[in-house]
Write a protein that binds this ligand. Sequence first.
Ligand code: SAM
Length: 199
Amino acid sequence: MQPQPGQRILDACAAPGGKTAHLLERCPHASVHAIDVDPQRLQRVEENLSRLGLSAQLLCADAADTERWWDGKPFDRILIDAPCTGSGVVRRHPDIKWLRRDSDPEQLAQTQLKLLQRLWPLLAPGGRLIYTTCSVFRAENEGVMGRFVDELQHDQPGQARPWRPTDAGDERLHGVQVLPGDNDEDGFYYASVERAAVR
Ligand SMILES: C[S@@+](CC[C@H](N)C(=O)[O-])C[C@H]1O[C@@H](n2cnc3c(N)ncnc32)[C@H](O)[C@@H]1O
């Protein structure tokens, strides 16, 4: 995310707040807006931030329903740590294998794509959006990001460019996939898109 002091940052799927807290620890003078659709889980964000002596603007809402909650001021950074199958963390949560249904990856992919489509317009020129999941399924990762980037290139040519981080993991056409067991980490996917700066 490379947050900078004074930036307006949206953490769109924030609960229980691990990444919200990390962002604030990295950059205490950023203005972080943390949203989650689940009120009980949002409560955990509040507890975790308060335990760490951090603060963010918290909002319980469907992040995709921007007409309901957005004040019209663009964000410099947007993090979408999207709801996903959790297939990358099965070794720590083995019940995931029993709880998931065959239809889940495609259904979740629709939700993930919707979050990207609805939140992209909230990004400031020169801003950066990061999309992450703890899934290893292509349908939720490169599948979603590929569809999103194709749409952007079609509808807003020249307005978006993938940004390639130089961190660990296997580089894919869109984004980076970490597989469970790589450096004893969980499965994780991340991709980033930057909005062209206005000249
Ligand atoms: C993978 S978890 C986020 C983990 C969190 N970023 C962290 O690091 O602690 C996904 C979260 O997205 C929330 N969520 C699902 N759909 C949402 C939506 N439409 N708008 C906002 N939050 C949503 C879920 O309630 C869940 O807490």
